[in-house]
Design a protein around this ligand. Structure first.
Ligand SMILES: Cc1cc2nc3c(=O)[nH]c(=O)nc-3n(C[C@H](O)[C@H](O)[C@H](O)COP(=O)(O)OP(=O)(O)OC[C@H]3O[C@@H](n4cnc5c(N)ncnc54)[C@H](O)[C@@H]3O)c2cc1C
Length: 452
């Protein structure tokens, strides 16, 4: 039997849940179905239980900037949330300095501080000319100078993006990369300035249940969520999806929150131009090793960046410092993030040994520390690569999909670099657009949907 639904949402992560929730909240009376392949909601904002530990898919901290987004999250979590003052650091040249590197070179070896300041100062009296659409590499040199770029910006971003920095654009970094004023750069070289820079000086985190508490709370308001339902393929011309667990589902509008490249691989028919645009999408996978260590208080930090190639990971965070129920008493829990090009072979046992060795060398772990629990979480498409192909390709794909009644949203559906609050707002915006579209159709007397 074929199931008929007005709106079919693919994926029960925050984007999909938020779309369904906001459709109902706005009074939509048509039918909605949310198909999620997993046994639980939340996607990448979920939490896995391993023994007595709770492990998120790397660190998932709540950065709330939008008044509505903040209200929504706080309403959903109903007091199950704590506010934290960020403690984030950078480990380089054998020492830890405060984040962001460019504003906090105090504590680095004097030679390194001098190199960073000299490059920054040189830029002040002889600013570099930048083309209209500079590469990320050129932008770093113009914004921070040679020293800061070579000591942090280049090695860190090469390690994360695994892409030549000349190929990257600057579209993604606006809010993610703080630009301190010259006096702040100079002051931060002289003293340990405890000032906060950047978009995430504070963050919130659930007191109980890990990040999963957020999608769980939202899912309780989305009765249309169907778990254990994997989308197998989508016929865009007939507007029919094959979903393991639901069978054939006929829809009027489709909301995709699967990674755009995955969705396109399941969808047909696609014109050659869209298939070609799909082939231009680039990403990196994140291999996330979570470990529980049998000693409390390994670090008082929230997370530490590792720019140097000597360490296989680009970031390490301490989940047990976010909430006490993440790890049993007398232990510490950590997430370790390693970036990989898609298809690049990964020998996980060997990588794990290198990660533990790196943690010992950095001073985080002692040689006597024992790993009492571990969980690898591979994150396919962890970061979308913003090279020069990305935006034209995404625009061409989205234009085509919209013409077929498909909204592709969320961090991976829209193929972008974003965070959870933005994802929730994407779902709200999508619901509003769907309602507007259905409203117009009703005015043209198409008796499709029963709007309030
Ligand atoms: C390494 C890393 C760190 C991050 N840190 C933070 C942070 O600290 N703070 C923050 O705010 N954000 C963070 N984010 C971003 C955050 O994870 C996303 O913004 C958010 O989870 C995106 O939700 P989504 O619904 O768009 O995608 P997803 O969570 O991926 O949801 C898509 C859903 O589709 C499902 N699905 C996939 N294939 C199928 C199929 N064939 N059939 C049915 N269902 C399917 C998946 O199971 C998933 O549930 C981080 C992301 C990464 C990768």
């Amino acid at each position: 039997m074929t199931l008929k639904t007005d709106v079919l949402v693919l994926g029960g992560g925050l984007a999909g849940l938020s779309t369904a929730y906001h459709l109902r909240r706005a009074g939509f009376k048509g039918s909605v179905t949310v198909a999620e392949k997993s046994h639980k909601p939340g996607g990448r904002a979920g939490t896995e239980r391993q023994g007595k530990f709770l492990f998120d898919h790397t660190g998932h901290l709540l950065h709330l900037h939008d008044p509505y987004g903040k209200k929504l999250v706080l309403d959903l979590l109903k007091g199950n949330v704590a506010l934290h003052e960020r403690s984030s650091w950078i480990h380089s040249s054998g020492v830890d300095t405060r984040y962001p590197f460019q504003a906090n070179t105090h504590g680095l070896p004097p030679k390194v501080v001098a190199e960073c300041l000299a490059g920054f100062a040189r830029n002040l009296y002889r600013p570099r000319a930048l083309p209209k659409d500079p590469s990320f590499r050129a932008w770093c040199l113009a914004a921070f100078g040679e020293g800061i770029s070579r000591r942090f910006m280049f090695p860190y971003n090469e390690k994360l993006w695994r892409t030549p920095l000349d190929w990257l654009t600057t579209e993604w970094q606006g809010r993610f990369l703080p630009r301190p004023r010259p006096e702040e750069v100079l002051y931060g070289a002289l003293v340990d300035q405890k000032r906060f820079f950047g978009y995430n000086a504070h963050f919130r985190y659930p007191k109980r249940g890990g990040c999963q508490a957020l999608p769980d709370a939202l899912a309780r308001r989305v009765p249309e969520l169907r778990l254990n339902c994997r989308v197998e393929n989508v016929d865009l011309a007939e507007r029919v999806a094959d979903i393991d667990g639901l069978g054939e589902v006929r829809y009027e509008r489709l909301v995709n929150t699967l990674p755009l490249k995955t969705f396109l691989d399941l969808a047909s028919p696609l014109p050659a131009a869209v298939r070609e645009a799909r082939s231009r999408l680039r990403w990196v996978d994140v291999l996330n090793l979570n470990v529980g260590v049998g000693r409390a208080g390994l670090s008082d930090r929230h997370w530490v960046y590792f720019p140097e190639a000597a360490y296989p990971f680009y970031r390490v965070g301490f989940t047990s410092n976010f909430a006490s129920d993440m790890a049993p008493k007398g232990t510490t829990s950590m997430y370790i993030e390693v970036s990989r090009r898609p298809g690049e072979p990964a020998d996980l046992p060997a990588l794990e040994r290198r990660c533990i060795e790196g943690l010992r060398r950095s001073g985080i772990m002692r040689s006597s520390d024992k790993v009492v629990e571990k969980l690898w979480i591979p994150i396919e498409c962890g970061y979308v690569v913003y090279d020069r192909e990305r935006t034209p390709a995404v625009n061409a794909i989205q234009k085509h999909l919209r013409g077929r009644g498909v909204w592709s949203i969320g961090r991976w559906g829209a193929w972008k670099y974003s965070f959870m609050e933005e994802t929730l707002l994407d779902g709200k915006r999508c619901a509003e657009e769907l309602l507007g579209r259905f409203g117009k159709e009703r005015r043209s007397n198409e008796p499709l949907l029963a709007l309030k």
